[in-house]
Ligand binder design. Structure first.
Ligand code: DQA
Length: 145
């Protein structure tokens, strides 16, 4: 089962960025020590970009082949109709994830353009939000896409 973990803008700075909100661990460390060993039967690919168009290109590239996409669109969540359209255009199911609980933060973060195009949303469990999303895909039947 091929799964893409896709991180959007500023998430390359996890571990260094606003640690009180996002924690002190880099995503690469979490991926290597927790996610990859935790899901030995999954083929996990990780990609991060700070650029909206690059994220769209990546969704198009894998979105007719992979079995799932775990997507933290960062601040584009709250602004990008183009990313919402890209998720609607592809066949691979996408789960929206957030490290922080966006609903407990500023009102502008309560709006998600992409949420309605996704299978579901997971928000507020720290880095464990990604694990919860992978657990959903792990339980899906193979060859759905
Ligand atoms: C975030 C929440 C967004 O509001 C914010 O812009 C981010 C990270 C999260 O993972 O909690 O960059 O997606």
């Amino acid at each position: 089962m091929k799964i893409l973990i896709l991180n959007g803008p500023n998430l390359n700075l996890l571990g260094r960025r606003e640690k009180s909100i996002y924690g002190s661990r880099s995503f690469e460390d979490y991926l290597e020590k927790d996610l990859i060993p935790g899901f030995p039967d999954m083929e996990l690919e990780y990609f991060q970009s700070n650029t909206e168009g690059t994220l769209i290109d990546k969704l198009h590239e894998v979105g007719f082949h992979y079995q799932g996409i775990v997507f933290n669109a960062g601040a584009y969540t709250h602004s990008s109709l183009a990313l919402a359209d890209a998720i609607a255009a592809i066949e691979t199911p996408v789960i929206e994830v957030h490290i922080s609980n966006v609903y407990a933060r500023e009102a502008t973060r309560h709006v998600t353009y992409i949420g309605g195009r996704c299978v579901g949303s997971i928000s507020g469990f720290g880095l464990e939000s990604y694990r919860l999303a992978l657990q959903y895909f792990e339980r899906q039947k193979p060859n759905k896409v």
